[in-house]
Design a protein around this ligand. Structure first.
Ligand code: OSB
Ligand code: MG
Length: 371
């Protein structure tokens, strides 16, 4: 591929329902849509950095600076043989994984179109569908949460993930389990606890959870290893796994038994695939997380989730859980059996709705204007 032009679209997408985690409550999601022109084709990616540095240090503004200043000059006018080569091309740039991931994703879209295969096949996927779960935020009252659980179960979601934080954990889970004793259930703390809370977190063992996601700090692998020894419930790491090296160390230290793969957090689909392969070799199951991406990032997540070691339902849900309308046509839909079909057409598998993109866009950057 010879990259001819890169356009960035900063969008602001109102959420269908507010999303609250232990670190913030969001009513809308900001994101950078990456559009790359190469060999007469157009590829789309998404940099899922948010408006604030709460999930990771990256923000829309840091990516808006790093992509034009440091990433685009390394690819513009250059011949790139394979999207996996991109990681080496941007090697000197430390961190800024979401900025890198959005650009690499667009290259995968172009490359799979050139190979004339669906993106998921180009990535090494082995299944033409994925099994879908849903991530439900913290709600003002347990009754509202119970209504949401009921609604998503009725739609067919195959596992429920609940956000937790101190004060919204044991009692809330007791009420959920009273109504739903057998559903596949897990929780995500987004680093809201510390090792001092270990005895408290042990109480979660009684709820038969599939896993506890990221209970403690993103920087702390040894405390997670210590906590994992104390718990029966598997720990799954999200924020802590910011790279292949962190995944390798977490497995070596036994800080977790499951890994949440987000290509955005690890620097791109290539790194996501590498961590997937490492975990498969070690017999550690993975699943695909999300960052409330628009349909563009969502389709990239669908493709990645078709790889063989994605053994557990992920957070890749239908478009209508997040946005109305979404940026793509057709939108991502889930069947009543809780699966999402991977597209059969070459490339990403949907058209980007330029009308919605324009409606939601707050600024644009075009490499063609900045020569
Ligand atoms: O921790 O997995 C997380 C959303 C934004 C930031 C962090 C997380 C999440 C989610 C939602 O849990 C995932 C999704 O449905 O896209
Ligand atoms: Mg998480």
């Amino acid at each position: 591929m010879k990259v001819e032009r890169v356009v960035l679209h900063h969008v602001k997408m109102p959420l269908v329902h507010p999303f609250e985690t232990s670190f913030s409550r969001e009513y809308e999601v900001e994101s950078i849509i990456v559009q790359i022109f190469a060999d007469g084709l157009v590829g789309w990616g998404e940099s899922a950095a948010e408006s604030n540095p709460y999930y990771t240090y990256e923000t829309v503004d840091t990516a808006w600076s790093v992509i034009p200043n440091f990433i685009v000059p390394r690819i513009l006018g250059k011949e790139i043989a394979h999207p996996l080569d991109f990681w080496g091309i941007v090697r000197r740039i430390r961190g800024h994984n979401m900025a890198k991931a959005g650009v690499e994703a667009a290259l995968w879209d172009i490359w799979s179109q050139e190979q004339n295969v669906p993106l998921w096949k180009a990535m090494g996927g082995e299944r033409d569908y994925i099994v879908s779960g849903v991530s439900i935020g913290i709600e003002p009252e347990v009754s509202i949460l119970l209504d949401r659980i009921e609604k998503f179960l009725a739609e067919g979601y195959r596992r429920i993930k609940l956000k937790i934080k101190p004060g919204w954990d044991v009692e809330m889970l007791r009420e959920v389990r009273r109504l739903y004793p057998d559903i596949p259930l897990m929780v995500d703390a987004n680093a809201a606890y510390s090792i001092e809370d270990a005895e408290h977190l042990k109480k979660l063992d009684e709820f038969d959870l599939m896993m506890i996601e990221q209970p403690m700090s993103y920087e702390d692998l040894t405390h997670h290893a210590r906590l994992q020894k104390m718990l029966e419930t598997p720990i799954c790491l999200d924020e802590s796994i910011g790279s292949f090296a962190m995944a390798r160390q977490a497995l070596e230290l036994e800080s977790c038994r499951i890994i949440n793969i987000k290509a955005a957090r690890m620097g791109g689909p290539g790194q996501g695939i590498a961590v997937h392969d490492l975990c498969m070799m070690k017999g550690v199951p993975v699943w695909c997380g999300g960052l409330n991406e628009t349909g563009i990032g969502r389709l990239h997540n669908v493709a990645l989730s078709t790889l063989p070691n994605f053994k557990l339902p992920g957070d890749v849900s239908a478009s209508k859980k997040y946005y109305k309308p979404d940026l793509i046509e057709p939108e991502v839909v889930m069947s009543p059996d809780g699966t999402i079909k991977a597209p059969i057409v070459p490339g990403l598998g949907a058209k980007v709705r330029e009308d919605v993109l324009k409606m939601r866009r707050v600024r644009v950057w075009d490499s063609a204007d900045s020569d």
